[in-house]
Each structure stands twice: as structure tokens, then as C-alpha cells.
Design a protein around this ligand. Structure first.
Ligand code: SAM
Ligand code: SF4
Length: 333
């Protein structure tokens, strides 16, 4: 499937729910977003049908996200069904990790091979502050459970925010003894970024990846550690636009994802599906295409037409847009 700018689109990120067991300050308001009703949200069979249709159009990779995808009932079955869909090579999940100790074995048995776990800080108090209600040990237990279950790769997503003063070297050091792939992601100003979303963060809070790499190497030097070097063949398998580095001899890698400082729009390979069935051609644009009605009342051809319409609307790049109508938990990060 090629878009109007010649990019091959073979990746669909599916939001299974806008609900979550955390309330991260940059993603959700304290009392949660207005939650979608049962009727509004796509049923699992509708998602399966859509996956079958997009697979025929050339989508090969599916990521389940949200909200927190693991709170959605039936997620294990869905992983299995998506994995068995002809044309789909890979199904993965992005999660806050809390439910992994209870679910990872079933997920692995259902065909899940890779997982991204979000962890923005190594400090217990700061974790509580960011997630509003989470405990760091639950996410750390999720990471261990994923490794023990043999998922590969296990990636850790760290959203970098200047004012949080995160322990970047501490994160990088996690990759020395464990096959973890820590990825630092520049904070993306989506949602209302005028300060009323509870964070007040905006573009001023972005630490460009180049600068972050220097910060980590400077701190490593201070501790007598070797410097990070390009990871070459040790890069984790995946389809993200990260640049990977590694401490010599480390089991894992350190990646940098730079949607702002080094935007990768020209390599964008994805569409997004929101929990209520809107296809979103670009994270940074509020343009959406409703595929739910076609899934409920239409033929496969009707569904395909909506997908192709969304594909045709993919912008060439995000043009440094700041702020979106919907927050990340409503879009599917
Ligand atoms: N609940 C799951 C989790 O936290 O991994 C999946 C959904 S969450 C919206 C997906 C990812 O989006 C998380 O890694 C989160 O940190 C990231 N995210 C949310 N808001 C973001 C923002 N404004 N900029 C960059 N990443 C963001
Ligand atoms: Fe929930 Fe993930 Fe958003 Fe945090 S980032 S509130 S864990 S959906």
C-alpha cells in the first residue's frame, strides 16, 4: 500500500481502549477522559475483520495500544487471531506493564513476540507523580515478567521531558546486563499544550536526541563507563525509526527516537486506528476517517474504501504542528 507521497504503509497501530489503569499527566486528565461507551468502541470481531482487510492491502505489522491495551477483555484471543491472519507477520503491544506478570505467558502462547513497556522515570516518587496512581514496582515487575517469558525484543519507552530531570544514565545502564532496549523518545506536544492539560509542557520541554546522547556520554565518562557507540547489527528487530547505540559488550541497546528534532515523516509507514473506529493518517493531525460505520453496515469494499481514503490523506510531514484536539490516550500512542 503506497500513499500519495510514495511511502509504503505496512503498519497499523490499533487502540483497543481509551481506558487505563494509570493517569499519566501528559496523556490523560486526572479523572480520565470521557470514556467511550460499550457501543462506541469497536468490537473485537470488527477489529479482526478490519485486520483481515488491511492485510490484503499490504499491512504486515500490527501494534495494539491504547489507553492500556491489556485492560481490554479478550486481548489474548485478539493477539492470536491477528497473528493467524494471512499476511500479518507480527503483532506487538505497547503497555505500561502492570498486567504483564498476570498475562504475559498467555500472550506469548497466543503469538505475541515483542512488547514495548513505558517507563519514564526510575524514581519511585516521580513515577507516582507522573502516573498519578501507579507504583514503579508494578511496571518493573512487568519488565522482568516479559524477559522471563522470553519475549524478544523487550523495549522500554522513555518519554524525555526537560523539567523532569530524569536519570538518563540509569536507564542506559539497564541495558548492560539485561537484553533490554531502552528508547528515549522526544516529548511530543499532542493534546492541549497550552498548560491546561496539567503539565504545561510544550516544545520547550523537548531535549533533542543529539543533546541527550551527549548528556548520557558525559555522565558515563564521569562514572568511568565507556561511551555509547552505534549498535550496528545488535539493533533490536522492529519497525521503529529509532537510532540505536550500545555500551561495548552490553546485552541490550539504547535508542533515540526524534519525532521533533529529526523528524522521520519521510519514512512514516503507519496508520492509526482509534478505539471507536476512526482511522487517523497522522498522529499530529486531527483529520480522521470513520471506518466503524463501514464495519457495521458495509461490505469489505466499503471498509477498504475508507482505509484508502485515509491513506490518501496522509500528509507529507507534521509541519511542526503543536497540539491536537485529542490526547494520546484517545488517539492510541
Ligand atoms: N498505556 C500504554 C503505555 O503507556 O505504554 C499504551 C498507550 S500510551 C498512550 C503509548 C505511549 O505513548 C507511551 O509510551 C507513552 O509514554 C507515550 N506518550 C503518551 N503521550 C506522549 C507524548 N505527549 N509524547 C510522547 N509520547 C507520549
Ligand atoms: Fe495510560 Fe499509557 Fe496514557 Fe499512561 S501513557 S495514562 S499508562 S495510556
Amino acid at each position: 500500500m503506497k500513499d500519495a507521497h510514495g511511502r509504503t504503509i505496512d503498519y497499523l497501530r490499533i487502540s483497543l481502549t481509551d481506558r487505563c489503569n494509570f493517569r499519566c499527566i501528559y496523556c490523560m486528565p486526572e479523572d480520565g477522559v470521557s470514556q467511550l461507551s460499550h457501543e462506541d468502541i469497536l468490537r473485537m470481531e470488527e477489529i479482526e475483520r478490519l485486520v483481515g482487510i488491511v492485510a490484503k492491502l499490504g499491512v504486515k505489522k500490527i501494534r495494539l495500544t491504547g489507553g492500556e491495551p491489556l485492560v481490554r477483555k479478550g486481548v489474548v484471543d485478539l493477539v492470536e487471531k491477528i497473528g493467524n491472519t494471512e499476511g500479518i507477520d507480527n503483532v506487538s503491544i505497547t503497555t505500561n506493564g502492570v498486567l504483564l506478570p498476570a498475562m504475559v505467558k498467555q500472550l506469548k502462547a497466543a503469538g505475541l513476540s515483542r512488547v514495548n513497556i513505558s517507563l519514564d522515570t526510575l524514581d519511585e516518587e516521580q513515577f507516582k507523580m507522573i502516573t498519578r496512581c501507579g507504583r514503579i514496582e508494578t511496571t518493573l515487575a512487568g519488565i522482568d515478567a516479559a524477559l522471563e517469558a522470553g519475549l524478544d525484543p523487550v523495549k522500554i519507552n522513555v518519554v524525555v521531558v526537560k523539567s523532569l530531570n530524569q536519570d538518563f544514565l540509569g536507564f542506559a545502564k539497564m541495558t548492560i546486563d539485561k537484553p533490554l532496549h531502552v528508547r528515549f523518545i522526544e516529548y511530543m506536544p499532542v493534546g492541549k499544550t497550552d498548560g491546561c492539560d496539567g503539565t504545561g509542557w510544550g516544545k520547550k520541554d523537548v531535549i533533542p536526541s543529539e543533546e541527550l546522547l551527549e548528556i548520557i556520554n558525559r555522565r558515563a565518562e564521569e562514572e568511568g563507563l565507556p561511551l555509547l557507540e552505534p549498535a550496528g547489527d545488535s539493533r533490536p528487530e522492529g519497525w521503529g525509526p529509532a537510532r540505536y547505540f550500545q555500551f561495548p559488550g552490553a546485552k541490550g541497546t539504547v535508542g533515540f527516537i526524534s519525532p521533533l528534532s529529526r523528524h522521520f515523516c519521510s519514512e512514516c509507514n503507519r496508520l492509526r486506528l482509534t478505539a471507536e473506529g476512526k482511522i487517523r493518517p497522522c498522529l499530529f493531525s486531527d483529520e480522521e476517517y470513520d471506518v466503524r460505520a463501514a464495519l457495521r453496515e458495509g461490505t469489505d469494499e466499503d471498509v477498504r474504501a475508507v482505509v484508502l481514503q485515509a491513506l490518501g490523506a496522509k500528509p507529507d510531514e507534521h509541519h511542526d504542528k503543536v497540539g491536537t484536539e485529542r490526547r494520546m490516550s484517545q488517539i492510541g500512542g
